[in-house]
Design a protein around this ligand. Structure first.
Ligand code: COA
Length: 404
């Protein structure tokens, strides 16, 4: 069955479409909440699926700029995808994905990215698992650093108004170097990152905002919550890090030393960390943080030629891909990547794969060798995966510190 799918044009339509998933979050779609949400998601980037004029599903796409190896690329940040429980498994999601990817393609955004609520949903629409993220629980007694830290900076608590001016400076310095990080507008900072709805505290206190400065220059920040508890007269509190971002090296060490040393906290928890986080090098006993891994960003190349040509590569050489893309057939066929540019070719292919494999390797989160071993790509010429990996090589793991 196919449904009538169209972009929203006002707040009422927008609210109905967002409620398609909002109801699963137990959300009350108040006007205040929807108005706030729409500041970062323009009405026309929210598609609604309707049956007999009634909204039965919705899917949105934030207009992001995402860092990729060697630069940034306009990216559709797919979000709030949902189908009413009354209409599940009747093709609503498929109709929404069709309209949304056609729209993204028309807009000239070569890449789409998302966080998946379930891993089984988005592969059929061409998204590949592109990064991993780690969660840690650092016990106080396992929080010592391997090497003494000579602090050069000063940490102070700030209010939201000051954070709104200074945190973005740190973010912008860091995010341009790490694939998977996103540009953030002032509205994004104000209405998402620094906004602190009591409903989202999950047993913690309000967001605390800490700024690290060295010689008056903002070099790092942390957003965290106290989860206060005392048991039988002894502290059993947890410090829950929402986001900690700092320049590489000493500033990152200093902001984490601050977080790990807050009194009464018997453990510090953090999620959405990159797999190569500096804590592995800083901690004397990194095993004790027990990093758990999960899938992070899922990436889809909406325009294979434009997306591959937007990236930087680590080595010269050529590789020809034979790409299958059932959902976006304009990408199907053979593509030659050479000298940083991908063009259509009649040459014999080196690697055959579904478009999901190109998404998986795009940010450097997975290698072609891994995909071949796992049956997600096929080597057609000897050593093709190793050659492709030399070309695609990146210098650090992708990181998206935020579920959107
Ligand atoms: C996930 C969800 C959006 C699916 O919507 P839907 O309208 O029922 O999906 P469709 O009927 O269009 O299904 C399209 C295809 O996806 C498959 N599919 C749908 N939901 C799936 C799931 N949860 N896991 C695996 N496959 C799924 C269908 O079997 C169908 O497969 P086919 O193309 O081989 O026939 C809907 O169940 C929902 O709103 N869930 C709760 C909120 C949520 O998880 N949203 C996603 C946020 S990232």
């Amino acid at each position: 069955m196919s449904f009538d799918v169209a972009p929203c044009s006002n707040l009422a339509e927008f609210s109905d479409a967002v409620f398609a998933i909002g109801q699963y979050f137990g959300m009350e779609p108040t006007e205040e909440r929807m108005e706030r949400f729409s500041r970062n998601l323009p009405f026309e980037r929210m598609h609604a699926a309707r049956e007999d004029g009634m909204t039965v599903g919705g899917a949105g796409a934030f207009p992001f700029e995402m860092t990729i190896p060697g630069g940034v690329v306009p990216t559709a940040g797919v979000t709030v995808v949902g189908t009413f429980p009354t209409h599940r498994r009747r093709g609503v999601l498929r109709s929404l994905m069709r309209a949304q990817l056609d729209d993204v393609h028309k807009r000239g955004e070569p890449v789409a990215a998302l966080w998946a609520s379930e891993e089984t949903i988005y592969g059929r629409f061409g998204y590949g698992m592109a990064s991993l993220n780690g969660s840690v629980t650092v016990p106080r007694e396992g929080s010592a650093f391997a090497q003494p830290l000579e602090p050069a900076g000063r940490v102070r608590l700030v209010e939201a108004a000051e954070a709104l001016e200074l945190f973005p400076q740190v973010w912008d310095a860091v995010r341009r170097a790490i694939p998977g990080m996103l540009g953030r507008s002032r509205d994004w900072w104000e209405h998402r990152i620094l906004f602190d709805s009591p409903e989202n505290r999950q047993g913690g206190g309000p967001k605390r905002l800490a700024l690290l400065e060295t010689d008056g220059r903002a070099e790092g920040y942390a957003i965290y919550r106290h989860k206060f508890a005392f048991r039988e007269g002894e502290p059993d509190s947890e410090l829950a890090v929402v986001e900690a971002v700092a320049l590489d090296g000493r500033p990152t060490a200093e902001i984490w030393r601050f977080l790990l040393d807050v009194d009464w906290m018997v453990r510090t928890t953090a999620g959405l960390l990159p797999v190569d986080h500096q804590l592995w090098q800083l901690l004397a006993t990194p095993r004790r943080m027990k990093m758990r891994l999960g899938d992070g960003l899922w990436v889809r190349l909406v325009d294979v030629g434009a997306a591959l040509s937007a990236r930087a590569y680590a080595a010269d050489g050529a590789v020809v891909f034979d790409v299958r893309d059932a959902f976006c057939p304009w990408n199907e066929g053979r593509w030659k990547l050479e000298g940083g540019t991908a063009e259509r070719t009649d040459a014999d292919a080196d690697l055959a794969c579904d478009v999901t494999a190109l998404g998986a390797t795009y940010l450097g989160g997975f290698t072609w060798a891994e995909l071949v071993r796992g049956g997600r790509a096929e080597e057609l010429t000897d050593g093709a995966a190793a050659r492709a990996d030399a070309i695609f090589g990146t210098w650090r793991a992708p990181w998206c510190p935020e579920i959107f």
